[in-house]
Write a protein that binds this ligand. Structure first.
Ligand code: HMG
Ligand code: MG
Length: 308
């Protein structure tokens, strides 16, 4: 049986932001720059570099300006950052950032814990950010967190997710990354949520952002491909989590995703060996092994054949 899937997939690398925001080891700004430059060299089309959020809330991202100042930009790669409010937008603009992401939630408690605002108020804040960013010719992406479940409230209705996705798109974001913040989604649920969303918005405006807490992230991608979803977020080595989502594990690992897509004949434009090098670089600077299964396989093969 042949199942039609996209021939090309855009991978959004979120490791330097979603990954490193949750690490206990504080990396130097220089190491963060080196990681982004290695990811650029591996051919990642979009890299989420940092977040212009309150340094009191997420100290790991407090050097966003320094990271942006140090990276070497390559034509063909977009460098993005999270922005929660107009103060963050101002910082991003001063740092020469052209692509930003706003991040709303599908559940009230998570919204309050993460950005200290109820959903409606946050959407009003984000409308102001969007208007100002679009007027400055910036590109704005939207995240919708807890779309598959909330760590505080449990189930989230697919209709709620679909409605909020539409509202973000009406605000002017070019796509919404429908996000499984706590890695609870499974293929049956991915189908139900996509059915609800795609009844309202075109698939070209949807990306999926999976965390891999329960080991279902790759299966979720495989479920979404026949829907023609062609943008997926991932994090080098499977780094990640969210400081305001207790128990959330790392994102889907970029190498695991690219390995699977390569096997399916789906083009990403990403060099898997280059990605592995970036992954090894960051692994050497952290105090724990990386969750990526592909990275673990590469490490095991290297131990067996060190000269290969
Ligand atoms: P607040 O405390 O309500 O904000 O936080 P405030 O406006 O009252 O300001 C408090 C202080 O922060 C003030 O300083 C402000 O100037 C400062 P003070 O007067 O006390 O010295 N401040 C800022 N400083 C620098 N940059 C800024 C900024 N804004 C205010 N942009 C706020 C509200 C939204 C700022 C805060 O809650 C925040 O920064 N939250 C971000 C939390 C976060 O980054 N979470 C992780 C990212 S989301 C995620 O991981 C999910 C995702 O991956 C998708 C998924 O998996 O679901 C995207
Ligand atoms: Mg995330």
């Amino acid at each position: 049986m042949t199942v039609k899937i996209p021939q090309r997939v855009a991978v959004v690398e979120v490791g330097p932001r979603d990954g490193l925001q949750n690490e206990h080891v504080t990396l130097t700004t220089g190491d963060k720059i080196e990681l982004v430059d290695r990811l650029t060299a591996a051919g990642l089309p979009t890299i989420e570099v940092s977040a212009f959020v309150s340094p009191k809330w997420v100290p790991q991202m407090s050097d966003a300006e320094g990271v942006f100042a140090g990276i070497t930009r390559r034509a063909g790669t977009r460098y993005t950052a999270l922005v929660p409010n107009l103060a963050g937008l101002d910082r991003a603009r001063r740092a020469g950032v052209t692509d930003i992401s706003i991040f709303a939630a599908s559940s009230e408690t998570f919204s309050r814990k993460n950005i200290n605002q109820p959903i409606d108020k946050s959407l009003a804040t984000y409308k102001g950010v969007c208007d100002a960013a679009l007027a400055a010719n910036m590109r704005v992406r939207g995240y919708l967190s807890t779309a598959f479940g909330c760590p505080y409230e449990g189930d989230v209705a697919p209709d709620t997710v679909a409605g909020l996705t539409s509202r973000l798109l009406e605000m002017g974001v070019f796509e919404v990354a429908v996000s499984d913040t706590i890695g609870i989604a499974h293929p049956g649920q991915v189908s139900r949520v996509l059915d609800a969303i795609l009844a309202r918005v075109p698939v070209s405006r949807i990306a999926l952002h999976f965390h891999d807490t329960r080991g279902t992230a790759l299966a979720n991608v495989l479920t979404a491909l026949p829907y023609d979803v062609a943008t997926f977020d991932a994090s080098v080595g499977g780094l990640g989590g969210c400081p305001y989502a207790p128990g959330a594990a790392g994102n889907l690992a970029t190498e695991d995703l690219v390995y699977m897509l390569n096997g399916l004949g789906v083009d990403t434009g990403i060099s898997l060996p280059g990605l592995s090098e970036a992954s090894q670089f960051i692994a050497d600077r952290l105090d724990h092994p990386l969750p990526s299964r592909y990275a673990q396989a590469v490490a095991a093969a290297t131990r067996l054949r060190p000269d290969a």
